[in-house]
Write a protein that binds this ligand. Structure first.
Ligand code: 13P
Length: 251
């Protein structure tokens, strides 16, 4: 097992089909031979098409932004792991703070989503992070620790080896306010220490822990230089190929 450096874009609910296609093509054509693995987290409707656009490039992978926890059935409007897998999806972003906030997702549910994504051979990108009031109360490690334990500690070592973690402090998402490199490093180090206690050093050392929250071309290098920061989960800046490519080249 080896820790990977990853620049992942979370497009959220942005781009129509054609815009998404153009954005993916622009990323493909601008990519340099960088060490980072690039992941495009596109809307569901774009997945199959973009999987074809990126299919010959081993350093670009495809992510969905959510997945239902059940195998199949009467869940109108939902998308299953089998559907994603059959569209060429490699990663699934789970537990994003926007899903927690607007769709009431909690870690017990996210744990089930992680299980089904792993069952279908895809890799979860598990998001955790505290709100501003929690940080101001000095309880951020306690809260993120609880999130990580509830969502991930039921896994086997082999399963945990497939999980990517994204630390995204809620107060830094879409606000232009990033965590300082030291704040990111402290939390990433803490998360890795939890993984090490539960799953051992080999798994902990191989786990990629990404930082998310207002990552931009002008701050990426400094954040990614931290020893426990293995890349970024990028929202707004992933919608401009030039900015996203600059971030992917910041390792
Ligand atoms: P921004 O980069 O727009 O702050 O979004 C971060 C994020 O939520 C990525 O999942």
């Amino acid at each position: 097992m080896e820790r990977k450096l990853i620049a992942a874009g979370n497009w959220k609910m942005n781009t129509d089909y054609n815009e998404g296609r153009e954005l993916a093509k622009a990323v493909v054509s601008g990519l340099q031979s960088s060490d980072a693995l690039v992941v495009l987290g596109t809307p569901y409707t774009h997945l199959k098409n973009i999987s074809v656009i990126i299919k010959d490039i081993s350093t670009i992978k495809l992510a969905a932004q959510n997945c239902h926890q059940e195998e199949s059935g009467a869940y109108t409007g939902e998308i299953s792991a089998a559907m994603l897998q059959s569209c060429g999806v490699d990663f699934v972003i789970l537990g994003h703070s926007e899903r927690r906030e607007y769709f009431g997702e909690a870690d017990e549910l996210i744990a089930k989503k992680i299980d089904i994504v792993l069952k279908y051979g895809m890799q979860p990108i598990y998001c955790c992070g505290e709100k501003l009031e929690v940080r101001e109360a000095g309880k951020h490690e306690e809260l993120v620790g609880e999130q990580v334990k509830t969502a991930l500690f039921h896994l086997t070592k082999e399963q945990m080896g497939q999980v990517v973690i994204a630390y995204e402090p809620v107060w830094a998402i879409g606000t232009g306010k990033t965590a300082s490199p030291a704040q990111a490093q402290d939390m990433h180090h803490y998360i890795r220490s939890l993984i090490q206690e539960k799953f051992g050093s080999e798994v902990a050392d191989a786990t990629s822990i990404l930082y998310g929250g207002s990552v931009k071309p002008d701050n990426a290098k400094e954040i990614f230089a931290q020893p426990d920061v293995d890349g970024g989960l990028v929202g707004g800046a992933a919608l401009k190929a030039k900015d996203f490519l600059a971030i992917a080249g910041s390792f």
